[in-house]
Structure formats: C-alpha cells, structure tokens
Design a protein around this ligand. Structure first.
Ligand SMILES: *[C@@H]1O[C@H](CO)[C@@H](O)[C@H](O)[C@H]1NC(C)=O
Ligand SMILES: *[C@@H]1O[C@H](CO)[C@@H](O)[C@H](O)[C@H]1NC(C)=O
Ligand SMILES: *[C@@H]1O[C@H](CO)[C@@H](O)[C@H](O)[C@H]1NC(C)=O
Ligand SMILES: *[C@@H]1O[C@H](CO)[C@@H](O)[C@H](O)[C@H]1NC(C)=O
Ligand SMILES: *[C@@H]1O[C@H](CO)[C@@H](O)[C@H](O)[C@H]1NC(C)=O
Length: 412
C-alpha cells in the first residue's frame, strides 16, 4: 500500500505525524495488540482468568512471562519473587522460605529479601494463589486467591482450548525472564538450558515448524470490527501456521534463539542508547525482526529519554554508529531493515500518564499526550507494528476508531 505521511499543524492532537491513507505499519495491517500479562487491568496477572479475559477482548497476542521452579518446570510469573503477586506471606508452612538473594549478571541485577519462585517445586507452587498487585487501587481485588500459578504447558493448553472453542487464532508471545539466572541455576554444557527448554515445549506443539514466511495478516482482510466480533469474511482462510514470537531483554538469548528457531524473536531494550542509531538497527536486524522498547523513546527520541532516565550516553560511540534517530526516522529506518517496532506498555486510562513531559520534567518534547486516545493515536500514526496494552478492550475501541478515521475518513 502506498501512503504518504503529512505533518499536521493542528495544535491539539498534535504536531504528531498522521497517515494520509491506511496504517503506517510495515505491512499496512492495523497495529497488533498484545495483552500485557493477559488482561492485568482487571484480573490477577498471568492467570487463567487474565488470559481468558484477554481472549474475550480479542487480543491478537496474549503474553506470558516465563520463569522456572526449583525442579525445572517452566512456570509463569513476571517476577522471580512471589510477595507482590501471590498470597505467599499468609501461608504459615512456607514462612521460613523467605530469604535474601542477590545475583549480578551482565544484563540483570537482583538483590532483595523475598520468597523466590526457584526455591519452590512445581507441586509446592500449586499451593500458592495469585493476587492482584496492590499498587494500582482501581484494579479489582475480587479475584484474589482464586487462581494458581500456571506452567507454560497450562498456558499453551489454554490458548489451544480458546482457539478451538472460539474458532480463531491467538498469538503466543512468551518472554524468557532473566535467562542468565535460570541458566546458572540449571547448568548444561551449552549454558542454554532455559532457551532449549522453551523451544522443546514449543517444537512439540508445532510452533517451530510452522511459522509464517513474512507478512502475517490478522485476518485475510483488515476489517477490525469483524475481527473484534470474530465474524470472518467470506474469503477468510485460517492461517496454516501458528502465530508465535519469543521475547527477551537478554541480547545473547535472542542471538542464540535466532540460530535455533524460525519463530520470530522480539528483542526488548530500554537501556542501550547505541541501539537507537542506524548501525544499532543493523545490529538488531541480524538476530531480531521485532524490536520493542519503552514507549517513551518513541515520543521523546533516544537522546532526551536516556538523558532524563540517567543512562550514560557515549557521544563518540553514538556518532560512530550514525547518530541518534528521532522517532519518525527510527520507525522508517527500522521498517527499511524489516524490523517491526513495538512500544511497551500502553496503560489503562484510569492510570495517570507518566511520561517525563506529563511530570513536567521534559521541556524538549513538543507533543505530550494528555489522555489515552491522544497517546494511542500518536503511536498508531507513527506506524508501530505491535503494542503491549493493558485494558485491551479500550485499546480495541481506540484502534477501531483510528481505523475508521484513516481508512474511511470517519472521525470517531
Ligand atoms: C543488597 O542490598 C542490601 C540492602 O540494600 C545491601 O546492604 C547489600 O550490600 C546489597 N548486596 C549486594 C550484593 O549488592
Ligand atoms: C483444555 O481442554 C482440555 C480438554 O477439554 C482440558 O482437559 C484442559 O483442562 C483444558 N486446559 C485449559 C488450561 O484450559
Ligand atoms: C471456523 O472458521 C472457519 C473459517 O470461517 C470455518 O470455515 C469453519 O467452519 C469454522 N469452524 C467451526 C467449527 O465453526
Ligand atoms: C566511548 O566510545 C568510544 C568509541 O566506541 C570508545 O573508544 C570509548 O572507550 C568509549 N568511552 C567510554 C567512557 O566508554
Ligand atoms: C504502566 O504499566 C506498566 C506495566 O504494567 C507499569 O510498569 C507502569 O508503572 C504503568 N504506568 C503507570 C503510570 O501506572
């Protein structure tokens, strides 16, 4: 699809870029929505409830975070510790398991006193129940203690089950958390026990063999309302592959995975300035075709973001790598290299926006979103290929409204 981009001069929904026709994503499809930890705006994250809700909200992908139990079972939790998201502190028989633990790797640094998931066997983990994080008061606590910690196999069964009952495709997008730690705890000759274990599970279920060659349409035509309501067009053919991607913040894990599987690799990074340059993107494209970063980098540009985030910038190195790319160039240069771009995380509208500019700490960035619609439209206009979202239904409705606007000229 040929589209031209115009800079709108309207002061309100911004000095942002707007598409003259269609979506500015790499393949012209609507931005894909990834349910962050399932639907954690309403359900305790990473539970059957959270994943089912993400499916009912028609998320394109449903995200689990993968860690490992004491006896080597791949299980799902965002943290390696249990106190924030489970009822562990109220289980007397486990009280003596609390301990301080520290681990410093190249890419991770853990140091806290807590209950650690890798101190519990899978059977013991089944005695623990998941609760909603307390930090976000509007999130319902009704479902606390209803759900258990899942294994990766439980998650994959659930996705397969809802795909069958709803007769539609949901993408899986597991993130390997702290590979350095879990490979250290589970030593093997190649030092890649964690990656190999996940791949073996996915390969057994046919994910490895059957990946799309390039473009992967959500449906054979892009009618989003039908997609949300699961009404398939007459010419619809279910994909003959399994929609999947594997994510990690660890670049060496991503590099290793890229040599072992056809499943697309999502490289996550919000700490390495030199990646946000032309040569940085060259480097990424050698092992990852999906690059995901703090959404703010795509708003302020890398220089302002890393400066305000107090990440040291080596200007000599940045110059050698071709200089920082501002958001629109970053998108264009990434797409030129076949890299899809993915901001994390677009929050529920009941949460305050916490951009540096919304906190009054960023005088440089001209456009500062003031609500979720402005925020989502900014990233849609930029042509991001996927986004991690919470309150998926809100995001769906805004995506639908944006779709009407760019494809049919109807302002919602
Ligand atoms: C871990 O944190 C504690 C308390 O903040 C500190 O005293 C200790 O030195 C830290 N340990 C390591 C290994 O960094
Ligand atoms: C998936 O469906 C099978 C067969 O009905 C059932 O035994 C299993 O418990 C289901 N698993 C999940 C996680 O939904
Ligand atoms: C699932 O959807 C496909 C595509 O629309 C359709 O051909 C098929 O009959 C559906 N299967 C069921 C069990 O409804
Ligand atoms: C900055 O980068 C240059 C070029 O890559 C390198 O030679 C130099 O050692 C770096 N400086 C620091 C402080 O890391
Ligand atoms: C948005 O969501 C992310 C991930 O859940 C969280 O870390 C961040 O604090 C949230 N932002 C706000 C303003 O609550």
């Amino acid at each position: 699809m040929l589209c031209k981009y115009l800079v709108t001069l309207s002061v309100l929904v911004s000095s942002a870029v707007s598409a003259e026709c269609g979506w500015g994503t790499m393949d012209g499809n609507p931005t894909r929505l990834v349910g962050h930890r399932g639907e954690k705006a309403f359900m305790p994250e990473h539970t059957l409830g959270s994943y089912h809700m993400a499916a009912f909200e028609s998320a394109d992908y449903i995200e689990p975070d993968v860690v490992v139990s004491k006896d080597g079972v791949l299980v799902i939790s965002h943290n390696e510790w249990l106190s924030d998201t489970t009822n562990i502190a109220s289980i007397p028989k486990f009280a003596d398991r609390k301990r301080s633990f520290s681990f410093k790797g190249k890419y991770i640094n853990i140091n806290r006193t807590d209950f650690w998931i890798f101190d519990f066997t899978y059977a013991e983990l089944q005695e623990i129940k998941v609760v909603q994080e307390k930090f976000f008061p509007y999130r319902p606590q009704y479902f606390n203690n209803d759900f258990s910690i899942l294994s990766v196999d439980n998650y994959l069964d659930l996705i397969a089950n809802v795909s069958t009952t709803m007769n539609r495709t949901f993408g899986i997008i597991p993130e390997l958390k702290s590979p350095e730690l879990f490979n250290y705890l589970n030593p093997t000759p190649n030092g890649r026990w964690f990656e190999d274990s996940l791949l073996s599970i996915l390969n057994k279920r046919g994910f490895g063999a059957n990946q799309p060659p390039a473009s992967d349409p959500l449906m054979d035509e892009g009618d989003l309302l039908n997609q949300v309501m699961n009404i398939k067009p007459a010419n619809y053919k279910a994909p003959n592959y399994k929609r999947a991607a594997i994510q990690s913040f660890d670049p060496e894990t991503c590099q290793y995975l890229a040599t072992q599987t056809k499943i697309p690799i999502v490289f996550l990074n919000n700490v390495t300035p030199m990646l946000f340059t032309p040569k940085g993107l060259d480097l990424i494209s050698s092992f990852s075709k999906i690059f995901s970063m703090d959404k703010e980098i795509l708003l302020t540009g890398p220089e302002v973001f890393f400066t305000l985030d107090k990440v040291a910038i080596n200007q000599t190195e940045i110059a050698e790598m071709g200089g920082f790319l501002m958001p629109e160039q970053l998108m264009a240069e990434a797409h030129k290299r076949g890299i899809a771009m993915v901001p994390f995380t677009l929050n529920d509208s009941r949460q305050k926006l916490n951009y540096f500019c919304s906190q009054g700490r960023d005088p440089y960035t001209k456009f500062c979103p003031t609500n979720r619609k402005e925020e989502m439209y900014y990233y849609f206009n930029l042509g991001v290929d996927y986004m991690f979202v919470e309150n998926i239904f809100e995001a769906q409705m805004l995506r639908l409204a944006f779709d009407y606007k760019v494809r049919y000229g109807i302002d919602a």
